[in-house]
Write a protein that binds this ligand. Structure first.
Ligand SMILES: [Zn+2]
Length: 254
């Protein structure tokens, strides 16, 4: 199983986080032909008790809830009938709002996030939503109580808006540790998703995703939705050493 993590779909913002609509359409066309794309809920339901991931499934997720998803991603998802889950920063949907100040390379024009009407329109169109925390803080820097409060608050805001349970969480910047995973469980989440840059042990509260970046073409997409890619990046260390040894062996013998 591979879970892809996109951020924004936007033609103007030059950032690794922003895939152009043309490129996103090519990704979706390829995925609909070559992969079994399932909803994230279906993907987690198919996990076994040990957190092992069945092979061959792909799920699409989007972090941060940027407004371009409504304008640019939704029509393409509908065209190819692909299920998707958007992880929202709950505070952006409160009356006080929250400016996007967590992006490393923001565009000149302030980044907009989805408003409540857009979220509800996407929900009615079949898009699913999860929590990306309340305030997009690095949860590993909070105390246990602060972390649990932030996560509970995010569920309250989102469940109130969506009118349905919110049980899936994507950690801001993918950052988590044992305390954060325990707080996510106490706050009522059933599963939580990371974005590992290096191999890390997987479990129901540390489900790995592969980031999809602005320059990723179909070859990269093919790799990131292959079972070997997920197992190399997230499995225990020894298969990687074995793989590296195999590659090294091949190089020296050729
Ligand atoms: Zn984020």
């Amino acid at each position: 199983m591979s879970i892809l993590c996109y951020h924004e779909v936007d033609p103007a913002w030059r950032s690794v986080l922003a895939v152009s609509p043309d490129r996103f359409a090519r990704h979706c066309a390829w995925l609909s032909r070559h992969r079994q794309v399932v909803s994230l809920q279906q993907a987690v339901t198919s996990l076994d008790d040990a957190g092992h991931r069945p092979r061959g499934l792909t799920a699409l997720t989007f972090d941060d809830g940027f407004a371009g998803l409504h304008e640019h991603a939704l029509p393409i998802l509908l065209r190819y009938q692909l299920p998707a889950t958007v992880f929202l920063v709950a505070q952006t949907l409160t009356s006080g709002g929250r400016p996007v100040d967590w992006v490393d390379d923001p565009p000149v024009k302030p980044l907009q996030t989805l408003d409540r009407d857009q979220v509800l329109e996407m929900l009615a169109a079949g898009v699913s939503f999860g929590s990306h925390s309340y305030a997009h803080q690095d949860l590993t820097t909070l105390t246990d109580e602060e972390c649990e409060r932030d996560l509970r608050r995010s569920r309250d805001v989102l469940e109130d808006l969506l009118g349905q349970p919110v049980r899936l969480l994507a950690y801001p910047r993918g950052r988590h540790n044992e305390r954060v995973r325990a707080a996510a469980a106490r706050a009522g989440f059933s599963h939580a998703f990371a974005l590992p840059e290096a191999p890390e042990p997987a479990g129901p509260y540390a489900l790995p995703r592969a980031g999809v970046w602005s320059n990723d073409g179909l070859l990269a997409l093919r790799a990131k939705t292959s079972d070997w890619y997920v197992s190399i990046r997230t499995g225990p260390v020894f298969p990687i050493i074995r793989t590296a040894a195999r590659i090294a062996g091949r190089r020296t013998s050729s």
